[in-house]
Design a protein around this ligand. Structure first.
Ligand SMILES: [Cu+2]
Length: 446
């Protein structure tokens, strides 16, 4: 196992706060090499279990957060803060984790609820090797939980923390000068083996403030799930028999928002469409944001996106800070378990995103056994307002098996993007000669 490099300093200070002694961890990270400036970043995090993760990236901006392994959801990130270069840390999310992964087969012969019935934590969580992690491997206590077995546990290296190249961050040529920079991201990933499938559970935090949760699937095709019906599978051996059954990987992520701090969070939906008017060169469009004021579900559409906004916190342009939720490729779905609960009332597909008010026991999208309501469709009933906001982002992948899936299976990915919108008045990593560009440029200016 790799040792943690001496990338920064971690000071542990005991502070007396209102008569109680609280352990406060102050993190100071300085870029070891490269980057535009050797600027320290600092934030204050009080993590329940492990040392906080903190990383400064190519732009000089940085991320800091707590992490732990939940027996069901696996990697759980909490108190997530982004610090744009030269600015104060901004809290973004109170918690981020997978809320369910269901794998129903097209044959109707099988479905699994991997998070609530098996778990990404515990025994299913794999100890990593340097081949699986091109960065540092972090160790934590992992309880022996999984597939019905409980008891004991051990310290294991299960989390990969790596700084990865994300390509060209920007390029602009003007007046014979090229402003260009590459970007990096903090990547955090674990691997969980559930049955024949092995999942890479990955979160990428960009130097631009973006967050990209993603789930990669590899391992092996289930040897029990073959069919004679070519409409429900594909032949993967010689000839046209023994069709590996098609199936869906239905994932949902649970995002507990705390943009600028918990509470005061608002959700909005953006839509744009053609007005029917024709301009001199192109047809006209009109678009805008509509508030989402009650617990609800929404579906994807062309030119549609959502954002979570904190109207009480403004950037330097006096725009409220927000994060945009971008669902890219998805095969929209309805959870098998919700169809069972809601019968003929259950729409197909059910939702691509749901917004609910935070309730502590509402942790899983389906089969939530510790809560009066069992699934997201039930959570929609109990609160009339949205303030301490949770969003459930559903991304499906209908896997029609290819010859290349054997063996092992070609790694396939599904996920989505959270993009800062007006978090800072300009891009956080401004080249010096562009600092004055904020708004419509002067005529004749650059
Ligand atoms: Cu698959």
């Amino acid at each position: 196992m790799k040792q943690r490099p001496r990338r920064g300093r971690i000071l542990i200070i005991s502070a007396m706060i209102t008569g109680l002694i609280a352990a406060v961890v102050v993190i100071a990270v300085t870029r070891a090499s490269g980057g535009p400036a050797e600027k320290p970043i600092a934030t204050t995090l009080d993590c329940a279990q492990n040392q906080p993760i903190a990383a400064a990236l190519s732009s000089g901006s940085s991320w800091a957060m707590c992490w732990r392994i939940d027996p069901y959801s696996g990697l759980t990130l909490e108190n997530i803060h982004f610090t744009p270069v030269g600015r104060a840390p901004i809290m973004v999310l109170a918690s981020l984790a997978i809320g369910q992964l269901e794998v129903p087969y097209d044959t109707g012969e099988r479905t699994t609820e991997d998070i609530t019935d098996h778990g990404f934590g515990g025994r299913n969580l794999q100890t990593l090797s340097p081949t699986e992690c091109a960065g540092e491997i972090l160790t934590t206590h992992v309880p022996n939980f999984g597939d019905g077995k409980v008891g004991g546990g051990e310290d294991r290296g299960v989390l990969c923390q790596a700084e990865v190249d994300t390509g060209i961050a920007y390029r602009a040529q003007s007046g014979g000068k090229v402003d260009v920079a590459r970007g990096t991201a903090l990547n955090l990933s674990t691997i969980s083996k559930v049955g024949w499938y092995e999942y890479v559970n990955s979160y990428q935090f960009g130097a631009d403030g973006s967050i990209r949760p993603a789930l990669g699937a590899t391992g092996d095709l289930s040897p029990e799930d073959y069919t004679d019906d070519p409409a429900q599978g594909r032949a993967v051996g010689p000839g046209e028999h023994d069709h590996a059954a098609s199936h869906s990987h239905n994932a949902v992520w649970r995002l507990h928002w705390a943009l600028g701090g918990r509470g005061g969070q608002r959700a909005e939906q953006y839509d744009a469409d053609f007005t029917g008017e024709q301009g001199p060169k192109s047809p006209e469009l009109a678009g805008g944001l509509t508030p989402i004021t009650k617990e609800t579900t929404r579906k994807i559409a062309n030119r549609r996106w959502w954002r979570v906004v904190n109207p009480a916190v403004l950037n330097e342009d006096r725009h409220p800070i927000s994060y945009q939720i971008e669902i890219g490729d998805t095969d929209s779905y309805r959870f098998t378990d919700e169809a069972r609960d809601h019968g003929a009332d259950a729409p197909e597909p059910a939702y691509d995103i749901a917004f609910t008010e935070y309730v502590e026991c509402e942790r899983f999208a389906t089969k939530n056994r510790s809560c009066p309501e069992r699934s997201v469709m039930g959570y929609l009933r109990d609160q009339q307002t949205l303030d301490d906001l949770v969003s459930w982002v559903a991304v499906g992948f209908h896997h029609v098996v290819r010859d290349e899936d054997q063996s092992p299976m070609d790694l396939h990915w599904q996920g989505f993007t959270l993009l800062p919108r007006d978090l800072t008045a300009q891009r956080p990593d401004l080249p010096e000669d562009r600092a004055k560009i904020n708004g419509r440029p002067e005529p004749g200016g650059r």
